[in-house]
Design a protein. Structure first.
Length: 473
């Protein structure tokens, strides 16, 4: 529940004190006001998550307080406190936007029930807001096509681990469908009725990412005009996907480890711990074992997320899926764009299967989309699909810049750039280059002997040279 600070307005001291004591028993910070004017002034100066106001107040009555708060902060729930039997007042309040009402005389049990209803409502609103933003950026197609034995084995493993509440680590290249598999885990888990929340650990500043994960109090970061819950809070009771966890800054890795171990988060700028209950699904396109060995990923956090690891094979290792996905997307895009569903000649399908698909399913999807739209259905020949799957020429790769260079120079540049891209993961670099690890190692030694600096290469320790003795005069 994301209610921390409550404003209580009641002109009766006994009722006001009783409400304050009952709410404080739930760990809430309570501020009280004896009339409507004081209540609206306190609300304007403070940051409140909930307002309880009596209907009969000197000066501004409860309905007037309700209207002003709704105009100022429509997202803050207001509960109207009414005398027993004042049904008409309660109905008017609900029509004006009151979140709930509480009848006098009230009991601790009635307040417990009220907080439970408000907590469920606020959680649902937060989840709906998040899901709406996710749907706005949805990838559009969420069907998993698996004809190959390798992918069927992955799905079988996914379905088994989904039945548990253990942390799952999905490892696979970019575009292999890690997010879809994370959704499958959630959908088939005991938490399927809970929220499904995703947060990207890449391309965000450390402070902003911390506020996304753990939340922030008002004024804790620039632009935080009011308290905001983090993804751990929003996902409580459901599944939290930590996308590209290997990109998480080292400072946040320690904080994430604490949250996983204690199941408690502290918002930025906050002092009150918030309990959370999430099932974590982490994804990465990197070799997390290598990242840990190189010191870029904490070893203790690695063992926390490497509980149920699942490797997703790249598309080049499951050729049967290339054929199935090609037909699937061709049919879907033809229907979407109102054109005839195309057929692929054997040579055209051979081109699709022979392509290495470095972008995996995402690249294949986009290539089929271009082929369907540009050719408007009919029969697709080999040249039709080849034209759409050829990678765009990079700015630095023109023929004019290659002419005049030796094959050895071009090969060296390609190997060094691949090593840099893979953060000196020799196994991954050798695979991308089509070399054996031993051949790659020999080339690295050759380049170093030639005087080239290989970034990330572990350097051998050299013994310091002995001091040169001073000449005696």
């Amino acid at each position: 529940m994301s209610i921390d600070r409550v404003l209580v307005a009641d002109d009766e001291p006994l009722a006001r004190d009783f409400l304050a004591e009952a709410l404080s028993a739930h760990g809430l910070e309570v501020v009280t006001a004896p009339d409507g004017e004081e209540a609206t002034r306190l609300f304007a100066d403070g940051d409140f998550d909930l307002v309880l106001t009596d209907f009969r107040l000197p000066g501004l009555d409860g309905l007037s307080v309700l209207k002003e708060i709704r105009e100022r902060s429509p997202g803050v729930p207001v509960v109207l406190v009414t005398a027993h039997g004042s049904v008409d007042v309660a109905v008017r309040a609900m029509r004006l936007g009151a979140a709930d009402f509480l009848q006098k005389p009230f009991s601790p049990e009635a307040i417990d029930a009220l907080l439970a209803r408000l907590g469920a409502r606020l959680r649902l609103e937060e989840e709906n807001d998040f899901l709406r933003s996710e749907l706005a950026a949805n990838r559009g197609d969420d069907e998993i096509v698996a004809e190959s034995a390798a992918m069927r084995a992955v799905l079988k493993k996914i379905d088994r681990v989904a039945e548990t509440s253990e942390t799952v680590l999905l490892q696979g290249e970019t575009g292999t469908g890690k997010e879809l598999l994370a959704w499958r885990i959630h959908r088939k888990s005991p938490r399927s009725d809970g929220p499904f929340v995703r947060v990207s650990c890449a391309s965000v500043s450390e402070t902003l990412l911390a506020s996304e994960l753990f939340g922030a109090e008002r004024g804790a970061i620039d632009g935080a005009t009011r308290k905001r819950p983090g993804r751990f809070e929003i996902a409580s009771g459901g599944t939290l996907v930590l996308d590209e966890i290997a990109e998480l800054p080292k400072g946040l890795q320690a904080k994430l480890l604490r949250v996983i171990e204690t199941k408690v988060v502290e918002r930025l700028g906050g002092v009150r711990p918030v309990r959370t209950d999430v099932r974590i699904v982490a994804t990465t396109h990197r070799d997390l074992v290598a990242e840990t060995a190189l010191g870029r990923f904490r070893e203790d956090l690695f063992f926390r997320v490497h509980v149920m690891p699942v490797r997703i094979p790249p598309l080049r290792e499951r050729k049967d899926d290339v054929r199935a996905l090609t037909r699937h997307y061709a049919s879907a895009f033809a229907a979407e764009h109102g054109v005839e569903e195309p057929t692929f000649t054997p040579d055209a399908m051979h081109v699709m299967v022979a392509h290495p698909w470095p972008g995996n399913v995402r690249e294949l999807r986009n290539s089929v989309l271009r082929a369907v739209v540009m050719n408007r259905g009919g029969v697709l020949e080999a040249e039709d699909v080849a034209r759409e799957i050829l990678p765009p020429r990079s700015e630095g790769g023109s023929d004019g810049e290659l002419v005049g260079r030796t094959v050895g120079d071009v090969e060296r540049d390609l190997i060094l750039k691949t090593l840099d891209r893979t953060r000196f993961n020799r196994t991954e670099a050798a695979r991308l280059l089509g070399l054996t690890p031993r051949t790659l190692f020999n080339k690295i030694r050759l380049y170093e002997n030639q005087g080239h600096i290989v970034v990330g290469r572990p350097r051998e320790r050299r013994r310091p040279a002995p001091p040169v003795p001073e000449e005696r005069t």
